[in-house]
Design a protein around this ligand. Structure first.
Ligand code: NAD
Ligand code: WQD
Length: 345
Protein backbone atom coordinates (compact mmCIF):
# COMPACT_ATOMS: atom_id res chain seq x y z
CA UNK A 1 0.00 0.00 0.00
CA UNK A 2 3.03 2.24 0.40
CA UNK A 3 3.32 3.36 -3.24
CA UNK A 4 0.37 5.70 -2.74
CA UNK A 5 0.43 9.40 -3.66
CA UNK A 6 0.78 12.03 -0.95
CA UNK A 7 0.39 15.75 -1.62
CA UNK A 8 2.82 17.72 0.52
CA UNK A 9 1.81 21.39 0.67
CA UNK A 10 4.80 23.48 1.73
CA UNK A 11 7.05 20.52 0.89
CA UNK A 12 10.13 22.55 -0.06
CA UNK A 13 10.11 24.22 3.38
CA UNK A 14 12.12 23.21 6.42
CA UNK A 15 9.95 20.51 8.00
CA UNK A 16 8.22 19.65 4.70
CA UNK A 17 11.47 18.77 2.90
CA UNK A 18 12.59 16.44 5.70
CA UNK A 19 9.17 14.80 5.61
CA UNK A 20 9.29 14.31 1.84
CA UNK A 21 12.59 12.45 2.33
CA UNK A 22 11.04 10.14 4.94
CA UNK A 23 7.90 9.59 2.85
CA UNK A 24 9.94 8.64 -0.22
CA UNK A 25 12.20 6.39 1.83
CA UNK A 26 9.06 4.65 3.11
CA UNK A 27 7.93 4.10 -0.52
CA UNK A 28 5.30 6.81 -0.98
CA UNK A 29 4.98 8.84 -4.19
CA UNK A 30 5.07 12.52 -3.40
CA UNK A 31 3.85 15.60 -5.18
CA UNK A 32 4.93 18.85 -3.58
CA UNK A 33 3.00 22.07 -3.97
CA UNK A 34 4.79 25.21 -2.83
CA UNK A 35 4.77 28.85 -3.89
CA UNK A 36 8.46 29.18 -2.90
CA UNK A 37 7.61 32.19 -0.71
CA UNK A 38 9.97 30.84 1.97
CA UNK A 39 12.00 28.16 0.17
CA UNK A 40 13.66 27.46 -3.16
CA UNK A 41 13.99 24.85 -5.91
CA UNK A 42 17.42 23.67 -4.77
CA UNK A 43 15.67 21.87 -1.94
CA UNK A 44 14.33 19.43 -4.57
CA UNK A 45 17.91 18.65 -5.61
CA UNK A 46 18.77 17.95 -1.96
CA UNK A 47 15.81 15.58 -1.61
CA UNK A 48 16.84 13.79 -4.81
CA UNK A 49 20.45 13.46 -3.64
CA UNK A 50 19.35 11.83 -0.38
CA UNK A 51 16.63 9.53 -1.68
CA UNK A 52 17.58 8.97 -5.33
CA UNK A 53 14.05 10.05 -6.27
CA UNK A 54 13.01 13.47 -7.54
CA UNK A 55 9.56 14.28 -6.17
CA UNK A 56 7.00 15.83 -8.48
CA UNK A 57 6.82 19.56 -7.89
CA UNK A 58 4.07 22.04 -8.70
CA UNK A 59 4.78 25.71 -8.10
CA UNK A 60 1.48 27.20 -7.04
CA UNK A 61 -0.10 29.19 -4.24
CA UNK A 62 -2.49 27.14 -2.13
CA UNK A 63 -4.68 30.21 -1.61
CA UNK A 64 -5.37 30.08 -5.38
CA UNK A 65 -8.44 27.83 -5.61
CA UNK A 66 -8.40 27.33 -9.43
CA UNK A 67 -4.73 26.29 -9.15
CA UNK A 68 -5.64 23.81 -6.40
CA UNK A 69 -8.50 22.44 -8.48
CA UNK A 70 -6.10 21.93 -11.37
CA UNK A 71 -3.55 20.26 -9.09
CA UNK A 72 -6.04 17.74 -7.71
CA UNK A 73 -7.39 17.12 -11.24
CA UNK A 74 -3.90 16.42 -12.55
CA UNK A 75 -3.11 14.03 -9.69
CA UNK A 76 -6.30 11.98 -9.27
CA UNK A 77 -4.27 9.44 -7.25
CA UNK A 78 -3.69 11.76 -4.25
CA UNK A 79 -4.70 9.66 -1.20
CA UNK A 80 -3.44 11.90 1.59
CA UNK A 81 -2.37 15.48 2.20
CA UNK A 82 0.16 16.93 4.61
CA UNK A 83 -0.25 20.67 5.04
CA UNK A 84 2.92 22.50 6.02
CA UNK A 85 2.14 25.55 3.88
CA UNK A 86 1.82 28.58 6.12
CA UNK A 87 3.49 31.83 7.06
CA UNK A 88 5.21 31.28 10.40
CA UNK A 89 6.97 34.38 11.72
CA UNK A 90 5.30 35.39 14.97
CA UNK A 91 6.61 39.00 14.91
CA UNK A 92 5.62 39.57 11.27
CA UNK A 93 2.13 38.28 12.06
CA UNK A 94 1.70 41.09 14.61
CA UNK A 95 2.45 43.63 11.86
CA UNK A 96 0.55 41.93 9.03
CA UNK A 97 -2.32 40.00 10.60
CA UNK A 98 -4.42 39.85 7.43
CA UNK A 99 -1.56 38.29 5.49
CA UNK A 100 -1.36 35.56 8.14
CA UNK A 101 -5.10 34.90 8.40
CA UNK A 102 -5.47 34.92 4.61
CA UNK A 103 -2.49 32.75 3.83
CA UNK A 104 -2.79 30.19 6.59
CA UNK A 105 -6.57 29.83 6.67
CA UNK A 106 -7.34 30.07 2.94
CA UNK A 107 -4.62 27.52 2.24
CA UNK A 108 -6.18 25.08 4.67
CA UNK A 109 -9.76 25.67 3.51
CA UNK A 110 -8.86 25.28 -0.16
CA UNK A 111 -7.09 21.99 0.52
CA UNK A 112 -10.02 20.69 2.59
CA UNK A 113 -12.51 21.57 -0.16
CA UNK A 114 -10.46 19.88 -2.84
CA UNK A 115 -9.96 16.81 -0.65
CA UNK A 116 -13.71 16.43 -0.17
CA UNK A 117 -14.27 16.70 -3.94
CA UNK A 118 -11.53 14.26 -4.86
CA UNK A 119 -12.00 11.50 -2.31
CA UNK A 120 -8.76 12.09 -0.40
CA UNK A 121 -8.58 9.97 2.76
CA UNK A 122 -6.97 12.35 5.20
CA UNK A 123 -4.92 15.39 6.11
CA UNK A 124 -2.02 15.75 8.51
CA UNK A 125 -1.88 19.29 9.83
CA UNK A 126 1.13 21.18 11.26
CA UNK A 127 0.01 22.72 14.51
CA UNK A 128 2.15 24.01 17.33
CA UNK A 129 2.70 24.00 21.07
CA UNK A 130 1.94 27.71 20.76
CA UNK A 131 -1.74 26.70 21.28
CA UNK A 132 -0.92 25.97 24.96
CA UNK A 133 0.49 29.48 25.59
CA UNK A 134 2.19 29.55 29.02
CA UNK A 135 1.00 26.19 30.33
CA UNK A 136 -0.24 25.77 33.90
CA UNK A 137 1.92 22.69 34.28
CA UNK A 138 4.74 20.89 32.49
CA UNK A 139 5.13 18.53 30.77
CA UNK A 140 2.09 19.42 28.67
CA UNK A 141 -0.40 16.77 27.59
CA UNK A 142 -2.91 17.13 24.75
CA UNK A 143 -5.61 17.67 27.41
CA UNK A 144 -4.03 20.93 28.62
CA UNK A 145 -6.25 23.95 28.05
CA UNK A 146 -5.85 26.00 24.88
CA UNK A 147 -4.85 29.52 25.94
CA UNK A 148 -5.87 32.69 24.14
CA UNK A 149 -3.37 33.17 21.31
CA UNK A 150 -0.87 35.99 21.78
CA UNK A 151 -0.23 36.51 18.06
CA UNK A 152 -2.22 36.27 14.81
CA UNK A 153 0.16 33.42 13.83
CA UNK A 154 -0.75 31.46 16.96
CA UNK A 155 -4.39 32.23 16.39
CA UNK A 156 -4.25 30.78 12.86
CA UNK A 157 -3.13 27.47 14.40
CA UNK A 158 -6.01 27.47 16.90
CA UNK A 159 -8.55 28.42 14.22
CA UNK A 160 -7.11 25.85 11.81
CA UNK A 161 -7.56 23.09 14.38
CA UNK A 162 -11.18 24.23 14.84
CA UNK A 163 -11.82 24.40 11.08
CA UNK A 164 -10.57 20.84 10.60
CA UNK A 165 -12.64 19.54 13.50
CA UNK A 166 -15.81 21.35 12.43
CA UNK A 167 -15.50 20.37 8.76
CA UNK A 168 -15.09 16.72 9.73
CA UNK A 169 -17.94 16.75 12.23
CA UNK A 170 -20.10 18.34 9.54
CA UNK A 171 -19.56 15.15 7.53
CA UNK A 172 -16.48 15.74 5.36
CA UNK A 173 -15.41 12.30 4.12
CA UNK A 174 -11.84 12.30 5.45
CA UNK A 175 -9.81 12.02 8.63
CA UNK A 176 -7.20 14.25 10.18
CA UNK A 177 -4.17 13.92 12.38
CA UNK A 178 -3.24 17.23 14.00
CA UNK A 179 0.38 17.35 15.13
CA UNK A 180 1.43 19.93 17.70
CA UNK A 181 5.17 20.44 17.23
CA UNK A 182 7.29 21.75 20.06
CA UNK A 183 10.58 23.36 18.85
CA UNK A 184 11.83 21.67 15.67
CA UNK A 185 15.62 21.96 15.24
CA UNK A 186 18.56 20.47 13.34
CA UNK A 187 19.01 19.23 9.80
CA UNK A 188 19.20 16.02 7.82
CA UNK A 189 22.42 14.14 8.76
CA UNK A 190 23.52 14.29 5.10
CA UNK A 191 23.53 18.12 5.34
CA UNK A 192 21.76 18.14 1.94
CA UNK A 193 18.66 19.85 3.40
CA UNK A 194 18.08 22.00 6.49
CA UNK A 195 16.55 25.22 7.74
CA UNK A 196 17.01 28.32 5.60
CA UNK A 197 16.09 31.34 7.70
CA UNK A 198 14.97 34.44 5.89
CA UNK A 199 17.01 37.46 7.08
CA UNK A 200 17.99 37.74 10.75
CA UNK A 201 16.94 34.49 12.45
CA UNK A 202 14.21 34.85 15.06
CA UNK A 203 14.59 31.28 16.32
CA UNK A 204 17.33 30.21 18.68
CA UNK A 205 19.31 27.50 16.89
CA UNK A 206 19.69 29.27 13.52
CA UNK A 207 20.95 32.28 15.46
CA UNK A 208 23.36 30.06 17.40
CA UNK A 209 24.84 28.56 14.21
CA UNK A 210 25.08 31.96 12.51
CA UNK A 211 26.81 33.48 15.55
CA UNK A 212 29.16 30.48 15.67
CA UNK A 213 29.95 31.06 11.98
CA UNK A 214 30.60 34.77 12.54
CA UNK A 215 27.63 35.86 10.42
CA UNK A 216 26.19 37.52 13.56
CA UNK A 217 28.37 39.30 16.08
CA UNK A 218 26.87 37.57 19.09
CA UNK A 219 23.82 35.72 20.24
CA UNK A 220 21.52 37.66 22.56
CA UNK A 221 20.22 35.39 25.31
CA UNK A 222 16.80 36.82 26.09
CA UNK A 223 16.76 36.87 29.88
CA UNK A 224 18.54 34.97 32.66
CA UNK A 225 16.17 36.04 35.42
CA UNK A 226 13.30 33.60 34.82
CA UNK A 227 12.30 31.34 37.70
CA UNK A 228 14.05 28.35 36.09
CA UNK A 229 17.17 26.53 37.38
CA UNK A 230 19.64 28.67 35.35
CA UNK A 231 17.32 31.64 34.80
CA UNK A 232 16.88 31.12 31.02
CA UNK A 233 13.69 29.89 29.28
CA UNK A 234 12.97 26.21 28.80
CA UNK A 235 11.76 24.53 25.60
CA UNK A 236 11.46 21.06 24.10
CA UNK A 237 13.84 20.91 21.11
CA UNK A 238 12.77 18.15 18.75
CA UNK A 239 15.02 16.83 15.97
CA UNK A 240 13.49 17.58 12.56
CA UNK A 241 14.11 14.09 11.16
CA UNK A 242 12.43 12.50 14.20
CA UNK A 243 9.57 14.93 13.64
CA UNK A 244 9.38 14.06 9.94
CA UNK A 245 9.11 10.33 10.73
CA UNK A 246 6.00 10.97 12.83
CA UNK A 247 4.28 12.32 9.71
CA UNK A 248 4.87 9.07 7.84
CA UNK A 249 3.26 7.15 10.71
CA UNK A 250 0.34 9.61 10.80
CA UNK A 251 -0.23 9.25 7.04
CA UNK A 252 -0.22 5.47 7.25
CA UNK A 253 -2.65 5.63 10.19
CA UNK A 254 -5.17 7.60 8.13
CA UNK A 255 -4.73 5.71 4.87
CA UNK A 256 -5.03 2.33 6.56
CA UNK A 257 -7.88 3.39 8.85
CA UNK A 258 -5.99 2.35 11.96
CA UNK A 259 -8.12 4.52 14.23
CA UNK A 260 -11.88 4.91 14.62
CA UNK A 261 -11.39 8.55 15.59
CA UNK A 262 -11.81 10.95 12.71
CA UNK A 263 -9.64 13.64 14.29
CA UNK A 264 -6.64 12.84 16.44
CA UNK A 265 -4.23 15.24 18.13
CA UNK A 266 -0.66 14.46 19.15
CA UNK A 267 2.10 16.41 20.86
CA UNK A 268 5.43 15.89 19.13
CA UNK A 269 8.31 16.57 21.48
CA UNK A 270 11.06 14.75 23.34
CA UNK A 271 9.63 15.15 26.83
CA UNK A 272 12.84 16.92 27.95
CA UNK A 273 12.88 20.56 28.90
CA UNK A 274 16.15 22.25 27.88
CA UNK A 275 17.11 25.81 28.81
CA UNK A 276 18.60 28.34 26.39
CA UNK A 277 21.94 28.20 28.22
CA UNK A 278 21.91 24.38 28.23
CA UNK A 279 21.24 24.33 24.49
CA UNK A 280 24.21 26.65 23.85
CA UNK A 281 26.41 24.53 26.11
CA UNK A 282 25.35 21.32 24.32
CA UNK A 283 26.10 22.96 20.95
CA UNK A 284 29.56 24.08 22.07
CA UNK A 285 30.48 20.69 23.52
CA UNK A 286 29.11 18.77 20.52
CA UNK A 287 30.88 20.90 17.88
CA UNK A 288 33.88 22.30 19.73
CA UNK A 289 32.87 25.76 18.48
CA UNK A 290 32.29 28.69 20.84
CA UNK A 291 29.14 30.76 20.48
CA UNK A 292 29.75 34.45 21.22
CA UNK A 293 26.89 35.57 23.43
CA UNK A 294 25.60 38.17 25.84
CA UNK A 295 22.69 38.18 28.23
CA UNK A 296 20.08 40.81 27.38
CA UNK A 297 16.59 41.69 28.59
CA UNK A 298 13.68 39.29 28.23
CA UNK A 299 11.97 39.19 24.82
CA UNK A 300 8.39 40.46 25.02
CA UNK A 301 5.81 37.71 24.80
CA UNK A 302 8.18 34.80 25.51
CA UNK A 303 6.84 31.74 27.28
CA UNK A 304 8.87 30.95 30.41
CA UNK A 305 8.83 27.19 30.12
CA UNK A 306 7.07 24.60 28.02
CA UNK A 307 7.89 21.01 27.22
CA UNK A 308 5.86 18.07 25.97
CA UNK A 309 4.46 15.00 27.51
CA UNK A 310 4.82 12.86 24.35
CA UNK A 311 3.27 9.72 25.93
CA UNK A 312 0.21 9.77 23.66
CA UNK A 313 2.36 9.81 20.49
CA UNK A 314 4.80 7.28 22.00
CA UNK A 315 2.03 4.81 22.83
CA UNK A 316 -0.55 5.32 20.10
CA UNK A 317 1.72 6.10 17.14
CA UNK A 318 4.60 3.96 18.36
CA UNK A 319 6.82 6.98 17.68
CA UNK A 320 9.57 8.34 19.89
CA UNK A 321 12.04 11.19 19.47
CA UNK A 322 15.26 9.17 19.33
CA UNK A 323 18.08 11.52 18.33
CA UNK A 324 20.33 12.78 21.15
CA UNK A 325 20.43 16.59 21.37
CA UNK A 326 24.22 16.62 20.78
CA UNK A 327 23.75 14.82 17.43
CA UNK A 328 21.05 17.33 16.49
CA UNK A 329 23.45 20.19 17.29
CA UNK A 330 26.14 18.62 15.08
CA UNK A 331 23.61 18.27 12.24
CA UNK A 332 22.68 21.96 12.51
CA UNK A 333 26.36 22.94 12.43
CA UNK A 334 27.11 20.68 9.44
CA UNK A 335 24.22 22.33 7.60
CA UNK A 336 25.48 25.82 8.47
CA UNK A 337 28.90 24.82 7.12
CA UNK A 338 27.27 23.51 3.94
CA UNK A 339 25.51 26.85 3.46
CA UNK A 340 28.89 28.57 3.77
CA UNK A 341 30.51 26.17 1.26
CA UNK A 342 27.74 26.93 -1.20
CA UNK A 343 28.22 30.66 -0.61
CA UNK A 344 24.65 31.06 0.61
CA UNK A 345 25.58 32.44 4.04
P1 NAD B 1 8.77 26.92 6.20
O1 NAD B 1 8.47 28.34 6.00
O2 NAD B 1 10.17 26.46 6.06
O3 NAD B 1 7.85 26.02 5.24
C1 NAD B 1 6.58 26.41 4.81
C2 NAD B 1 6.55 26.26 3.29
O4 NAD B 1 5.25 26.63 2.84
C3 NAD B 1 7.55 27.17 2.57
O5 NAD B 1 8.27 26.39 1.62
C4 NAD B 1 6.68 28.22 1.87
O6 NAD B 1 7.25 28.65 0.65
C5 NAD B 1 5.38 27.44 1.69
N1 NAD B 1 4.16 28.26 1.61
C6 NAD B 1 3.75 29.23 2.47
N2 NAD B 1 2.57 29.72 2.08
C7 NAD B 1 2.21 29.03 0.96
C8 NAD B 1 1.10 29.08 0.08
N3 NAD B 1 0.10 29.94 0.26
N4 NAD B 1 1.07 28.23 -0.96
C9 NAD B 1 2.08 27.36 -1.18
N5 NAD B 1 3.16 27.28 -0.39
C10 NAD B 1 3.22 28.11 0.66
O7 NAD B 1 8.19 26.52 7.66
P2 NAD B 1 8.45 25.22 8.53
O8 NAD B 1 9.29 25.60 9.69
O9 NAD B 1 8.82 24.08 7.67
O10 NAD B 1 6.98 25.01 9.10
C11 NAD B 1 6.05 24.12 8.47
C12 NAD B 1 4.74 24.18 9.20
O11 NAD B 1 4.93 23.81 10.57
C13 NAD B 1 4.09 25.56 9.23
O12 NAD B 1 2.69 25.39 9.13
C14 NAD B 1 4.45 26.09 10.60
O13 NAD B 1 3.51 27.01 11.07
C15 NAD B 1 4.41 24.81 11.43
N6 NAD B 1 5.24 24.87 12.63
C16 NAD B 1 6.55 25.21 12.55
C17 NAD B 1 7.33 25.29 13.70
C18 NAD B 1 8.76 25.72 13.62
O14 NAD B 1 9.31 26.14 14.65
N7 NAD B 1 9.44 25.62 12.49
C19 NAD B 1 6.76 24.97 14.94
C20 NAD B 1 5.42 24.60 14.99
C21 NAD B 1 4.65 24.55 13.82
C1 WQD C 1 13.48 29.66 21.90
C2 WQD C 1 14.12 30.26 23.14
C3 WQD C 1 13.94 32.64 23.33
C4 WQD C 1 16.43 33.66 19.92
C5 WQD C 1 8.65 30.23 18.38
C6 WQD C 1 7.21 30.54 18.07
C7 WQD C 1 6.35 29.33 18.28
C8 WQD C 1 6.90 28.12 17.54
C9 WQD C 1 8.36 27.95 17.68
C10 WQD C 1 5.69 27.76 15.50
C11 WQD C 1 13.28 31.34 23.79
C12 WQD C 1 15.37 32.22 23.19
C13 WQD C 1 15.72 32.96 20.87
C14 WQD C 1 17.56 34.44 20.30
C15 WQD C 1 17.23 33.72 22.56
N1 WQD C 1 6.69 28.19 16.13
N2 WQD C 1 16.13 32.99 22.18
N3 WQD C 1 17.92 34.42 21.62
O1 WQD C 1 9.94 31.27 21.28
O2 WQD C 1 9.78 28.79 21.64
O3 WQD C 1 8.72 29.76 19.71
O4 WQD C 1 9.05 29.18 17.50
O5 WQD C 1 4.61 27.40 15.81
O6 WQD C 1 5.08 29.67 17.87
O7 WQD C 1 6.79 31.57 18.94
O8 WQD C 1 11.21 29.64 19.80
O9 WQD C 1 13.44 29.63 18.80
O10 WQD C 1 12.20 31.82 19.00
O11 WQD C 1 13.09 30.74 21.05
O12 WQD C 1 17.59 33.76 23.76
O13 WQD C 1 18.20 35.10 19.51
O14 WQD C 1 15.35 30.89 22.76
O15 WQD C 1 13.83 33.68 24.27
O16 WQD C 1 13.43 31.22 25.17
P1 WQD C 1 9.90 29.93 20.70
P2 WQD C 1 12.52 30.50 19.56
Amino acid sequence: MKNQRILVAGGTGYIGSHTVVELQEAGYNVVIVDNLSNSNMEVIDGIEKITGVRPDFVQADCTDMPAMEKLFDSYPDIRGVINFAASKAVGESMEKPILYYRNNLNTLMNLLEQMAKHGTKGIVFSSSCTVYGEPDENPVTEAAPIKKATSPYGNTKQISEEIITEVISAGAPFKSVILRYFNPVGAHPSAEIGELPNGVPQNLLPYVTQAAMGIRKELSVFGDDYPTPDGSCIRDYINVVDLAKAHVIAVERMLEDKSDDKVEIFNLGTGNGVSVLELIDTFEKATGVTVPKKIVARRAGDIEKVWANPKHANEVLGWKAATPLADTMRSAWAWQQKLRERGIM
